[in-house]
Write a protein that binds this ligand. Sequence first.
Ligand code: 6PG
Length: 244
Amino acid sequence: MTKTIDLTLSVTESPQALARHAAKIFVERCHDAIAQRGEYNVALSGGRTPTLFFETLALSQFCSGIPWEKVNFYWVDERCVGPDDQQSNYRLAKEELLHKVSATHFYRMKGEINSQDAADEYESLLRRHFQLSEGEIPRFDFMLLGMGSDGHTASLFPGYDGIEITNRLVTDQYIREMEAWRVTLTLPVLNNARACVFLIQGKEKHEVLTKALNLLSDRTLPAQRVQPHNGKLYWIVDQDAYTG
Ligand code: 6PG
């Protein structure tokens, strides 16, 4: 069977331009999704890179035309901390975007409870919200992703079993190097998205980016495994990450 990877690589001159470009894609896809299906289902990653994207998306030039009541926010992954913790991906999005645009539909992973319970609970929430029958996978409209210098994405890290899990929508992972638990969507959910959007910035990402963008080699990095089987794959990178 022919496999097509619908990949768009955009190189922006600055992190600010990267955020604006990503916001533009978010808005375009939002209007399409709502026109076609009446809602826009978004999954957000955390870390440092999304901050500028959230701030930019909250600017009136991007957010003013969006019917935020039709946008449902979920999370790609979460650190196992409370919702007000500085490490929380939910807290970051809430403060930098959700509260600024008065979003009303957001569903966080509960980092404050036992990680297995949080994964089970989120899996049930996804099945309910997307009205999934057994074996079905939720299809997000916009999956915001980053990549660590080790090639991890979401909380799917190289050398851990999470990347190979196919019988769950959500799993928990203990990351030894971080001495921390994480809750994360699994690869089948990422690859079922209508759009996976990687935001990569900074010189420190240049080396891993050169590996990650080599989609033909043996794909050992979790980020390389993100190839939506019926969706678009956007790699939006700034000049520093691209040229090193
Ligand atoms: C997280 C993220 C994670 C992130 C990468 C890149 O919870 O940390 O979901 O997958 O996207 O670690 O993070 P930076 O954007 O900070 O480089």
